[in-house]
Write a protein that binds this ligand. Structure first.
Ligand code: SAH
Ligand code: SF4
Ligand code: F3S
Length: 481
């Protein structure tokens, strides 16, 4: 990453009030502290950011890395040797939460040997007051705790920590603010996530996201386009537009704009080759969007359309606001307009009150839609959500048995569906060298499936035509033509 020139920032003056200028001031100041510490130790300070959860969190982590590199830290993938360890946490299910506590135990031992080491926690879990209470009581060795709404203040919080030598906690309940133009360091040079909106207003009854990510806010289309144009100028050919419910994009803007209209604007950006987006909520997927997808040359032939349950009764208790029939009609409409589209989904098993009949409705949808792949989750009770206090929570053994049946069905269908492209030629974005065989590269097709084929490093980031020779279940072996 190109280091910014902080020479015209006077850190002896008071901090500016406006953003992002204020954060650039704090970056300059933090860099002073980091350089001094590195000189004292005789080696550069290192950091390691670990991301839990979804693509929003992954994108947020790129912003953390951007700031850390600007202030003089050097990235390491080895947490054990890092001088600053950060966990960007997720709390969508209980097990995501537990993993963080487990790893904090290990960090505490590391810090005993290296007292100057810093530990930072941020992300969705920190938006839960009980979590912060627990950390304050039993995890005193943590240095910095902040949430999802004030991540843009990272540089300022680091400076506060350097100057106070105490646990720094800054959590906001909600925000209507979006701060633009801060540094971020992309994981891949050729593709990037782009936030188009933040938060969620849907309040599905099982889900904690609206409580930890706050109310829905859309970014200004001009800011989104400007960001993508800059990314393209910097070598990006594929963007993933990110939001909890991209289909309701634009509703909070002064000048209303639909998601389909935004897509058409993005399509015009020269040099951009591929557009992906997630996640789509079935209740808001418009005919206008289907039409735009069918005409587009850049929107990838893949739609992630979470169903959650196939039972209309359970869907209503989940507050999803569509029925089984509505969902199936939507799938038919999409397939009629974009015949070769790949469909994927999320399914929850064991929502309170789910009967065997309800579960069979879910299996029925899986058999009818024939998804390319499906993420299957066991229902996890999240404190504070309406579902947590619903009666008839389903016993663990019943849920487990249903989950196994669902997984088998999903996997069998997926292997069949994914192999239909054998023998065809597909355009593929080469993403990396193959992990197991140095003579192969790995690329992604428009429909999101992976293909491995002979190739070299120079191909990474390029879009090439590949002949799919052999289907291997969830991926292909091929050759470039
Ligand atoms: N905004 C996206 C989903 C974000 S969370 C959407 O509405 O589609 C990703 C997935 O986690 C959800 O689709 C759901 O399947 C799952 N999930 C959310 N809360 C859950 C819970 N309490 N227990 C189990 N799975 C859950
Ligand atoms: Fe959660 Fe529903 Fe919002 Fe998705 S749409 S984040 S499942 S509340
Ligand atoms: Fe997890 Fe937060 Fe994403 S709870 S799934 S990281 S929005």
């Amino acid at each position: 990453m190109k280091l910014l020139d902080f020479s015209n920032i006077n850190i002896n003056e008071e901090a500016p009030v406006c953003e992002p200028e204020r954060q650039y001031y704090y970056m300059a100041k933090a860099r002073r502290y980091v350089t001094a510490k590195a000189d004292e130790l005789g080696h550069p300070l290192t950091f390691c950011v670990t991301t839990f959860g979804c693509q929003m969190n992954a994108r947020d982590s790129e912003k953390l890395v951007g700031v850390l590199e600007q202030i003089g830290y050097v990235e390491t993938s080895n947490e054990e040797e890092a001088d600053f360890v950060i966990y960007n946490t997720c709390t969508v299910r209980e097990n995501a939460n537990k993993r963080v506590y487990g790893r904090l135990g290990q960090l505490s031992r590391m810090k005993k040997q290296k007292p100057y080491m810093l530990i930072g926690l941020c992300g969705c879990m920190m938006q839960e007051p009980e979590v912060v209470e627990k950390l304050k009581k039993s995890y005193r060795f943590v240095d910095l705790i902040f949430g999802t709404h004030n991540i843009y203040k990272f540089a300022e919080l680091i400076v506060t920590r350097f100057e106070s030598e105490r646990m720094v906690i800054d959590i906001w309940k909600d925000t209507d603010k979006i701060v633009e133009d801060l540094p971020s360091e992309r994981k891949f040079p050729f593709k990037s996530g782009v936030n188009i909106m933040f938060g969620c207003n849907n309040f599905c009854s099982y889900c904690i996201v609206p409580y930890v990510r706050g109310r829905e806010r859309s970014r200004n289309p001009k800011d989104i386009i400007r960001e993508i144009e800059k990314l393209v100028a910097d070598g990006v050919v594929e963007v993933m537009l990110l939001g909890q419910n991209v289909n309701s994009y634009g509703k909070t803007l002064d000048e209303r704009m639909t998601f389909a209209e935004l897509l058409q604007e993005i399509e015009k950006i020269e040099g951009l080759e591929r557009i992906r987006f997630m996640t789509s909520h079935p209740k808001d997927l418009s005919d206008e969007l289907i039409e735009v997808m069918s005409k587009s040359k850049k929107i990838c032939k893949h739609l992630h359309l979470p169903i959650q349950s196939g039972s209309t009764n359970i869907l209503s208790k989940m507050n999803r606001r569509y029925t089984k029939e509505h969902y199936l009609e939507l799938v038919d409409k999409i397939r009629a307009a974009v015949p070769d589209i790949s469909l994927t989904t999320d399914i929850i098993v064991g929502f309170p009150g789910e009967t065997e009949e309800d579960f069979l409705e879910t299996l029925d949808v899986v058999r009818k839609v024939r998804y390319d792949s499906a993420f299957t989750f066991i229902y996890s009770k999240r404190t504070g959500t309406p579902a947590a206090t619903m009666e008839n929570q389903v016993p663990d053994d019943v849920v487990k048995e249903r989950f196994d049946r669902l997984l088998k069905e999903v996997q069998d269908i997926s292997a069949e569906v994914c192999s239909v492209h054998e023998g065809t030629i597909q355009s593929v974005l080469v993403e990396s060298m193959n992990d197991h065989d140095a003579s192969l590269v790995t690329g992604r097709m428009s429909n999101n499936l992976l293909v491995h084929f002979p190739g070299t490093q120079e191909l990474i980031g390029k879009i090439v035509d590949v002949h799919l020779l052999e289907a291997k279940g969830f991926y292909y072996m091929g050759e470039m033509i």
